[in-house]
Design a protein around this ligand. Structure first.
Ligand code: CIZ
Ligand code: SF4
Length: 301
């Protein structure tokens, strides 16, 4: 296909690497050098030898790549690809919350803006939140956990810690309903139900396993089970199917599609390489502060 050939040619010419999130459309995942979750993509961004990173995901992820690789050119093929959850808390709002709890340590989900990351002590992803809470805080620490109330709730059930949590949520994961799980369990009685911790408690409490996207990929490969019902953004089904051709996957709900993740297309990836757009930048002082909390997140990979 000419489009793909052109992408590959420009990628070589510009010494670029293409990083794609697990929720990207199949065609974009297929041309990427690396497909993964925020944590894996952050690690790739921090160690790549490429000059240019084309980041196929949402804005906070591209920003994270820039913060971890400040000397690289980081491009996002569609600058409107935001994350509504990340926009549910501003740096001002977090500052106010910190002022109300002056002794609290601040843990931010990676789904936050660079300005918010600059205000926190440490970041986490859904893949390492449990470990970060267990290992990065003292038992007596009061912890603010923002912005995802459902991830905070789930991690609280796993670690026994209480959090001062923000009322943010993912508009895509809240579309997954208990009745969807019930219906799919009736249709596929032998299948295991894997859901993401961004889902509300009504979902995480009835699933067989609660896992991040990378956690799902690892779990499925190691599992004896042959059939799975997947409760997260539907983009992950492509990777699961590709890596496990002999196994069967059903989405809990086709409605769990993130419109922002679907904005990246092959045409836009090509345009991005041709025009070197849209370049992601972060102000130096924000960059310096946010890097500290992101670096700490990577230490708990
Ligand atoms: O951490 C990520 O990349 C997200 C948003 C989901 C996941 O579980 O991988
Ligand atoms: Fe944000 Fe949810 Fe989309 Fe992930 S799936 S980018 S958390 S809106």
């Amino acid at each position: 296909m000419e489009l793909i050939e052109n992408i590959n040619r420009l990628k070589k010419e510009k010494n670029a690497v293409i990083l794609a999130h697990n929720y990207q459309i199949p065609e974009v995942q297929d041309i990427a050098d690396y497909v993964g979750d925020s944590l894996g993509l952050s690690i790739q961004a921090s160690k790549t030898t490429a000059d240019v990173i084309v980041f196929c995901g949402v804005y906070f992820m591209a920003e994270t790549a820039k913060i971890l690789s400040p000397e690289k050119t980081v491009l996002i093929p569609d600058k409107n690809a935001g994350c509504p959850m990340a926009d549910m808390i501003t740096a001002d709002q977090l500052q106010k919350l910190k002022a109300e709890h002056p002794k609290a340590k601040v843990l931010c989900y990676v789904n936050t803006t660079a300005e918010v990351k600059a205000e926190c002590d440490i970041c986490c992803t859904s893949g390492n939140a449990d470990r970060v809470v267990r290992e990065a805080f003292r038992p007596e620490d009061e912890i603010i956990f923002a912005p995802d109330q459902y991830l905070a709730h789930y991690i609280s059930t796993q670690t026994g810690r209480d959090f001062i949590s923000w009322k943010g949520y993912c508009p895509t994961h809240v579309k997954i309903l208990p009745e969807d799980i019930a219906a799919k369990r009736t249709l596929y009685p032998g299948a295991e139900v894997l859901v993401h911790p961004e889902c509300p408690a009504s979902i995480t409490s009835i699933a067989d396993k609660v896992l991040s996207t990378e956690g799902m990929c690892r779990y499925v490969q190691a599992s004896q089970a042959n059939e799975f019902i997947i409760g997260t953004e539907i983009g992950i089904l492509h990777r699961l199917q590709k890596e496990n051709p002999g196994k069967i996957f059903h989405p809990v709900s086709e409605r769990a599609s993130c419109p922002n993740m679907k904005l990246t297309t092959l045409e836009k990836v090509l345009w991005s390489l041709e025009e070197m757009g849209f370049e992601v930048t972060v102000p130096p002082d924000i960059m310096r502060k946010a890097r500290k909390s992101l670096q700490r997140m990577i230490d708990y990979k």
